[in-house]
Design a protein around this ligand. Structure first.
Ligand code: COA
Length: 258
């Protein structure tokens, strides 16, 4: 089904492995086609409760957009390339099911942008993050200038964007770019354990949290009004009735996603 991704679904968690290790999992047009197909599948398949995105091989999560596709592009086609990347990553960010990046190595350029579009990030000790586009006479095109500022603040983001300086996992954690740092061996297990907890909660409530938190960064939305609407919507769900009853009856809630 995919030419550039490996996928496996276990306990409601879909693991997507970007699988071009010989090119450090660089994002070419085939990867974007496959990612969009995977996003369709994530939205449509009720057996998928949450998603991990990681990279194949020991070296890289994703070492960036595939630079070999840049030569010969004119201004219009470069803008179309950036738009396709931004649209794909916006689909990840706005997925109603949690999508987490398990960063196992280099997350550079488009790789850092992919990780930042996920709902949060877990990194192995080998991870390295950066936006080295200025080395190529470029700027990030897949949302990096925006999400890096959102996640780590303007001052440090400006420095990283302008200097192409790479940071390691420890610094990424200090800056709030990643939530946890693990060994390479435990990265996927650790990420799965977090998602198992999230998967035990009411799916529509989880989706409401994603939607409302994303509204903070969307100027077209009133996040507080959206929170009120989502809070109200929750009262229309079976899961809210079950969650409140279970609490009052001192038992564990059993959610159905309805
Ligand atoms: N696009 C296309 N190919 C890439 C790539 C990218 N972003 N990043 C790595 N590759 C390819 C290399 O060309 C090389 O292919 P080859 O064996 O056919 O020559 C292969 O992946 C291995 O990379 P290599 O550079 O030999 O590994 P390294 O360990 O010496 O260096 C990096 C690792 C990540 C420091 C280096 O590959 C790099 O700087 N990559 C580009 C990072 C970047 O600028 N990303 C932003 C793009 S906008």
């Amino acid at each position: 089904m995919y030419t550039t991704l490996l996928t496996s679904l276990e306990n409601g968690i879909l693991t997507i492995t970007i699988n071009r290790p010989e090119k450090l999992n660089a994002l070419n047009k085939d990867v974007f086609t496959d990612l969009n197909t995977a996003l369709d599948e994530i939205a449509a398949n009720p057996d998928i409760r949450s998603v991990i995105i990681t990279g194949a091989g020991p070296k890289a999560f994703v070492a960036g957009a595939d630079i070999s596709e840049f030569s010969g592009l004119d201004k219009q086609s470069a803008m179309a390339l950036a738009k396709r990347g931004q649209d794909t990553f916006a689909r990840i960010e706005n997925s109603s099911k949690p999508i987490v990046a398990a960063v196992n190595g280099f997350a550079l350029g488009g790789g850092c942008e992919l990780a930042m579009s996920c709902h949060f990030r877990v990194a192995s000790e080998q991870a390295k993050f950066g936006q080295p586009e200025v080395n190529l006479g470029l700027i990030p095109g897949y949302g990096g200038t925006q999400r890096l500022v959102q996640l780590i603040g303007k001052g440090k983001a400006m420095e990283l964007l302008m200097s192409a300086h790479l940071i390691d996992a420890t610094e990424a954690k200090q800056l709030g770019l990643v939530n946890y740092v693990t060994t390479a061996d435990t990265l996927l297990d650790h990420t799965r354990k977090i998602l198992e907890v999230i998967n035990s909660k009411a799916p529509m409530a989880v989706a409401g949290c994603i939607k409302a938190a994303n509204a903070v960064y969307d100027e077209s939305q009133d996040g507080y009004a959206l929170e009120i609407a989502e809070f109200g919507n929750a009262f229309d769900t079976d899961d809210m009735k079950e969650g409140v009853s279970a609490f009052l009856e001192k038992r564990k809630a059993s959610f159905t996603g309805k």
